[in-house]
Write a protein that binds this ligand. Structure first.
Ligand code: CA
Length: 231
């Protein structure tokens, strides 16, 4: 396939150079924007495959860039931010970001996130999101309304099944507590995080070989959950 095209939005020159050099060395095509305005324009004209976006930009907030880009495309956006407060991450994810990295981060971690996003895109392009979902030993048969782990049917309650399907439909993406509770219980239940934890714990007991070091569902403390795409 053609090289993956990554758009890097970062006003801090040393960080930008580190990222672009690392990506070029890994054979990615890199395009660069230093401002929010340039980011929106380049996203529209250059069609990047994945966007790496710093939240603190000289002419605006990265969250506004996400909202604008989401008006026309679902291109994955990985937020890179020095701000390590959960509220910033949650705001960015709720605006439509897919994942986040907190500065300082290692190049290895950045590359791992990119590869995981590429796996998700490849998975979606292969049409796996249709009637049957497969990830590692997990299979969800949407038509039958059943989930299987290593060939054994999982005995899930209706809420556990909805949680599992929601995570699967967004595999690789961090979903915030608010997003999950709204989707599973409806608007008005956004603060129902205690219930979400309980259902997530019972789902994990059924899904994970060792619920304390999960393979499928990753916890983002204070933020939400993600189903990992397994090779
Ligand atoms: Ca910045």
């Amino acid at each position: 396939m053609d090289k993956w095209k990554i758009m890097v939005v970062e006003d801090d020159a040393p960080v930008r150079h580190l990222i672009t050099a690392s990506l070029s060395a890994e054979d990615y095509t890199v395009i660069v924007a230093e401002t929010a305005a340039a980011a929106v324009q380049l996203a529209a004209t250059q069609n990047p495959d994945i966007i790496l976006l710093d939240l603190g930009l000289p002419d605006g907030d990265g969250v506004d860039v996400i909202a604008k880009i989401r008006l026309w495309t679902e291109t994955p956006i990985i937020v890179i931010s020095a701000r390590d407060e959960d509220t910033d991450k949650i705001e960015a994810l709720d605006a439509g970001a897919d994942d986040y990295l907190t500065k300082p981060f290692s190049v290895a971690e950045l590359l791992a996130r990119l590869r995981s996003t590429q796996r998700r895109l490849t998975h979606l392009a292969a049409g796996n999101s249709e009637a049957m979902f497969k990830n590692g030993d997990l299979i969800i048969d949407y038509a039958a309304g059943c989930a299987y782990l290593a060939g054994q049917e999982l005995k899930l309650t209706p809420i556990e099944y909805r949680l599992l399907c929601l995570l699967a439909q967004n595999v690789g993406k961090v979903l915030t507590h608010k997003y999950i509770t709204q989707k599973v219980w409806g608007v008005g239940w956004e603060n129902n995080i205690a219930s979400l934890r309980v259902f997530m714990a019972t789902l994990r007991k059924k899904l994970e070989a060792s619920p304390d070091s999960p393979t499928y569902i990753q916890t983002h403390i204070g933020v939400g959950y993600r189903m990992l795409k397994i090779d």
